[in-house]
Ligand binder design. Structure first.
Ligand SMILES: [Zn+2]
Length: 422
């Protein structure tokens, strides 16, 4: 989820049952081992497939060898694009230009958020005759995207971004005419038609995730769930999804991380892995329909100016932001429904249904503080952030994510969040 995402349709109404929308969802194919169904899922859309993967991890695995063998056995032609770093407009446009004469019938993204976002953008542009910068929000030419898309199948190999179920591809790069020293942009190519046709959530593919990826991506998912749950754009639908996701993440994230740090066999954390994979998927559905909050508002300029991984950035900021939101809500909006949602989240994450609202909000903060430590999250200072950088980060933090935060935070409050995470 990048900066400058538009405001979702708000659920709040004067009285009675709220008015809201549920954005289009992919078909979800969930369960360990279900990657073996991929050839059949691809064949439903055609005979040729473009596979978009991360640079190494998946292609070095036995799963890659057996996937390629199964595609060939099914008589499917395949081609491949690897995403080495953050997805850029140039990479997407190059991949599209090379295939425009004979585009594949299907695009499959297999990997983390970068591979999925690249695949999503390529699938959007193969048949449209346009390039990324025609449509990229904020920095593009503002040309409306009209499609048509190529069917896109998403196979996440991390539990975090939720990109498999969202309609935007976050791309980063520099404008050709940018002044020297301008930080790179991170913007979305967004359209409802970019949503995947099918998602395969096979937690076996996550068995080789290293601890830092489990922690960073896991905290991205938890942040997205908590921000959607307390967003001013929350609806009965997103509340249900966010609650389900938080329940799945509650025990699973620390358990999966601890087992991996301890070098336990991957089978021992299969259930925790599957639960986090589901939590991440729920976080994507929730954010796509409810919007996000201050953590995502702040992490956007942080990631542009410093080498901070998106999810790790969320993890470093989540406890301090939640504390600041709770203090501000109690002082300025004691009737806000977000206070009850924070209490619900506290009961879920602390695993204690008997807590009163006040106790539950304290338990939420205590749990987030504990996770910050046990998941071995770094501090902002580890990335070179100093107190001098805070005013600039505060000034750049008011993108659309910030606008669905449950309460309007003052500059000093945002600076206080950053200072607490230094
Ligand atoms: Zn995020």
């Amino acid at each position: 989820m990048g900066a400058d995402d538009p405001l979702p349709v708000t659920a709040s109404t004067a009285a009675g049952f709220p008015s809201f929308e549920v954005a289009r969802l992919p078909r979800l194919v969930v369960g360990p081992g279900r990657i073996t169904e991929l050839p059949g899922l691809i064949a439903a859309f055609g005979r040729s497939v473009l596979l978009v993967t991360g640079a190494r991890s998946f292609r070095e695995s036995a799963a890659w060898t057996s996937l390629v063998a199964s595609l060939e056995e099914a008589g499917l032609g395949w081609d491949h694009v690897a995403v080495a770093r953050e997805p850029s407009p140039e990479l997407v446009d190059r991949a599209v230009a090379a295939r425009r004469g004979d585009p594949p019938d299907v695009v499959v993204g297999i990997g983390g958020g970068s591979a999925l976002d690249t695949a999503k953008a390529i699938a959007g542009l193969l048949r449209s005759g346009t390039v990324v910068l025609d449509h990229l929000e904020g920095v593009g030419r503002g040309i409306p995207y009209l499609g048509p898309t190529t069917p896109f199948v998403a196979v996440p190999m991390t539990a975090g971004t939720g990109s498999e179920v969202t309609k935007n591809a976050v791309l980063s790069g520099r404008l050709p005419n940018a002044a020297p020293g301008t930080p790179p942009f991170k913007k979305s190519f967004r359209d409802e038609r970019l949503v995947a046709q099918v998602v395969v959530l096979d937690a076996d593919l996550l068995a080789t995730c290293p601890p830092a990826v489990i922690a960073g991506d896991g905290m991205d998912a938890v942040t997205q769930l908590l921000e959607a749950f307390t967003s001013t754009g929350a609806s009965p639908f997103t509340d249900a999804i966010a609650r389900t996701g938080l329940e799945a993440a509650a025990g699973a994230l620390p358990a999966w991380h601890a087992a991996t740090v301890a070098g336990a066999p991957p089978e021992s954390s299969a259930a925790a892995r599957a639960a986090m994979s589901w939590a991440a998927c729920c976080s994507g559905i929730a954010l796509a329909n409810a919007g996000l909050g201050a953590v995502h508002g702040i992490v956007a300029p942080l990631g542009a100016a410093f080498p901070v991984h998106h999810g790790t950035g969320c993890g470093m900021l989540l406890a301090a932001t939640t504390r600041a939101n709770l203090v501000a809500l109690a002082a300025r909006a004691p009737g806000s429904p977000a206070l009850a949602s924070y209490a619900d989240a506290g009961r879920i994450l602390a695993g204690n249904r008997a807590l009163t609202d006040g106790q539950a909000r304290d338990a939420l903060l205590a749990t987030l503080d504990t996770w910050t430590v046990v998941l071995r999250l770094p501090r902002l200072a580890d990335f070179g952030v100093t107190p001098r950088d805070l005013p600039g980060l505060v000034a750049e933090s008011r993108g659309s994510s910030m606008r669905t935060n449950p309460i309007l935070l003052a500059d000093e409050e945002i600076a206080g969040i950053l200072a607490a995470a230094l």
